[in-house]
Design a protein around this ligand. Structure first.
Ligand code: TRP
Length: 453
């Protein structure tokens, strides 16, 4: 029998609602903005293969584990971990895993919101026809001029953060559930359209070759870490986002099936974005390793030169912002849920508080692209540092602990009961992955970076 405890924050209306919300959380800037640029920076095909392997062997098993812990605990990650540790007779310090997630969520959202703000400003640029007929040099100048202006970037960061807080204050299953239902398929369609555009460039083959032909000599210890970190980032794992969404999941919904569906949808979006972008990069002699500005310097060229590009450009950036919004709320939800549970704050006050703190932290990212661009720690700008610290270190550490807890600490009968797999062998496979393969893989990647291997 499954636990019949319910979350005080409400519950998804159906299994489909959970799939939408989890897909909404997973599909975001990570797929469309980050995946292409880190693939470009890390040499293409071989990096993509390592990333796909990480999704399958580490991401999916841990995603199942995290959803399961959430549903069993039915509270914010901090309190869930505390209760589950107690239930398993384990050390109460496990609740620090929840804290690690809350901090990681803040740090990630602080820069996520700035980049989503770039997307917002591009909606306006698309609307006012800034891309129309523009050359790749003009598009580059447009982007560089924009990020060089703290005032403009802060303005859009503020708009995005305020919207996020507004949505979070209204609760998880309100308007957003409905919006995502129709926005996600539209985004998918637009990506297909961009892929069709890319297929008509004469550099299409070169783009495909870059993305899918592995050249393992381009892989370093650090690129393997980046690929693994991105597997966590793109599936929203390792910081409690999926745990908190799992806590709103009705009983008896198959966690395995839903997780695999979400992971496949997420991967498909990332690969489509890559297929659309790299042919455009090569057709215009742009740098594949251009960094965080990559999509903002490539896609507008396509919109500026295709039939109907004005409308598609607007639509694309609007959808990008919505995809970012449905992700950003999951980054802050663990903290908000905890404040509501433990500090007796209303959802509204908790959201405003978290939003202001994140907004403030976001200024570091804003400035790292202009007035502080020369300020480096360990040879990284503040933005790079935040990204490295969260995606490459905190999320894998969080995910490692989730795997260890689900595999080794939690009672087998409890995990079996929550997962309710159709076949006993499926449970065995999951258990093997989560006990041995996923934690060992994370550990080895870390050792490799430190230089022990
Ligand atoms: N997965 C989202 C993306 O790819 C970002 C995100 C949302 C996230 N929630 C998260 C990343 C939790 C890590 C942890 O854009």
């Amino acid at each position: 029998m499954t636990d019949t405890k319910k979350s005080i924050h409400g519950q998804w209306s159906s299994r489909f609602a959970f799939i939408l919300a989890a897909t909404g959380s997973a599909v975001g800037l990570g797929n469309i903005w980050k995946f292409p640029y880190i693939t470009g920076e890390n040499g293409g095909g071989a990096f993509v293969i390592v990333y796909l392997a990480c999704i399958a062997l580490i991401g999916i098993p841990i995603m199942m584990a995290e959803t399961m812990l959430g549903r069993r605990g039915r509270q914010s990650p901090i309190n869930t971990m505390e209760d589950l540790a107690q239930e398993a007779g384990a050390d109460p310090n496990w609740h620090y895993l929840g804290w690690l997630g809350v901090v990681a969520g803040f740090l990630i959202l602080s820069y996520y919101s700035v980049i989503a703000g770039w997307g917002l400003s591009y909606v306006v640029k698309a609307l006012t026809g800034s891309f129309s007929g523009a050359s790749s040099a003009e598009i580059k100048t447009l982007f560089e001029g924009f990020i060089a202006s703290p005032v403009q970037v802060i303005f859009w960061h503020t708009v995005f953060m305020a919207t996020t807080m507004f949505v979070v204050a209204r609760g998880v299953s309100g308007g957003l559930e409905k919006a995502v239902r129709f926005l996600m398929p539209t985004l998918f369609f637009l990506l297909l359209l961009l892929v069709a555009y890319a297929m008509n460039t004469d550099t299409y083959q070169r783009g495909i070759h870059f993305l899918f032909d592995p050249d393992f000599s381009k892989i370093t210890a650090d690129s393997v870490l980046t690929a693994m970190g991105h597997a966590f980032f793109t599936l929203s794992l390792g910081m409690g986002a999926i745990m908190v969404y799992g806590s709103y999941l009705p009983d008896h919904v198959s966690i395995a099936k839903t997780t695999v569906m979400v992971a496949c949808a997420d991967t498909a979006v990332a690969l489509l974005a890559g297929i659309a972008i790299f042919p455009i990069v090569f057709a215009n002699n742009l740098e594949a390793a251009a960094g965080p500005g990559l999509i903002f310097q490539t896609l507008p060229i396509a919109f500026g030169n295709m039939a109907g590009g004005w409308l598609f450009g607007i639509l694309f950036f609007v959808l990008l912002v919505f995809a970012a919004l449905s992700s950003s709320i999951s980054l802050i939800e663990p903290a908000v849920a905890w404040l509501v549970e433990n500090k007796n704050l209303s959802r509204f006050n908790a959201s405003v508080f978290c939003g202001l703190a994140t907004w403030f932290l976001g200024l570091a990212t804003v400035f790292s692209f202009n007035i502080w661009s020369d300020f480096k720690i360990f040879d990284r700008t503040l933005f790079d540092l935040l990204d490295y610290l969260t995606a490459n270190l905190m999320l894998p550490i969080g995910g490692f602990c989730v795997a260890v807890f689900a595999g080794w600490i939690m009672k087998q009968e409890h995990s079996r009961q929550e997962l309710e797999m159709a076949k006993p062998e499926h449970y065995q496979i999951w258990k093997f992955l989560v006990c041995y393969i996923s934690p060992a893989a994370v550990f080895l990647v870390f050792l490799n970076v430190v230089g022990v291997l």
